[in-house]
Design a binder for this molecule. Sequence first.
Ligand code: FMN
Length: 323
Amino acid sequence: MPDRWPGNRVCELLGIRHPIIQAGMIYNSGAQLAAAAANAGCLGLIGAGSLRPELLREQIRAARALTDRPFGVNLPLLYDHAGDCLDVALEEGVRIFFTSAGSPRRIAGRLKKEGCVVVHVVAHPELARKCEDAGCDAVVCEGFEAGGHNGREELTTMVLVPLCVAAVSVPVIAAGGIATGRQMAAALALGAEGVQVGSRFAVTKESCGHPAWKQAVVAAGPADTQLCLKPLVPVRLLKNRFRDEAIRLEQECVSRDRLTAWLGQGRARRGMLEGDLDEGELEIGQVAGLIDDVPSAADVVARLIAGHDEAVARLGRTVAPEG
Ligand SMILES: Cc1cc2nc3c(=O)[nH]c(=O)nc-3n(C[C@H](O)[C@H](O)[C@H](O)COP(=O)(O)O)c2cc1C
């Protein structure tokens, strides 16, 4: 198979055909999605954030039965069960970890000793530098447009990616606001060597999200998401009754304790896995406005590549100087 991305360090690091990462996403990226993305030439990630350790073990085994290509695990470090999930993933032979929501310092050392590839998600160039110092092999630079938990600084992908490219020498993977090939081409033009795509893969046939949740994203318009719950952990959410109430409480400046008590447990599961579109937490990025169908993961990848190639060819025709 000819090398489509000669010299691309993200492809080389992860052993993948295309420099595309299917993002780890609670209640959406299980074995089926990770394996489908891997089979389409990308890196698939199982999202461990919503999985108890033994369920993660099952999902790793299920993915391995569906693909012989590389896949990895996304491990948000803020959850209590992160350490146990890490042990299980290592026992099951996973050697690619995308960590997030915490400091990579302690964990990167351990994972490097185990011979793993470690990539950490950041929302600020200073943290990208710390990741490099800690031994991470690459960084995902995730802008404010992204779905899910988000940086407090509100740096957009357009600004964050070139700042991180200037700050570190390890490869930068752009995330946040990338759902089409044009956006992928733009991210690579900013100096990223790969893209991590979340929301677009959440709304695919292989995502384990509830069908009603996927349809809600299809129906959403470009301005239907908003960053909420900043006093706790900022998260970009789709408009619904739950989100409106979160915004109202924030505007009333209620205490963190009251906000935590109101939030309770299991809102994300209720929204994205069980399909409660009123009272559940619906995490999606600004690209919701660009998502209008539920294709297969392989179709998403084919569109990304075709759209990227078209964009680059068009730029070659319209932007390159004469002569
Ligand atoms: C439904 C959903 C759940 C997410 N869950 C996680 C998670 O568990 N861990 C994590 O590191 N990032 C999570 N994210 C962020 C993604 O990994 C990714 O970086 C982000 O979606 C990229 O932006 P995009 O949505 O604009 O493509 C989530 C995003 C979405 C949409």
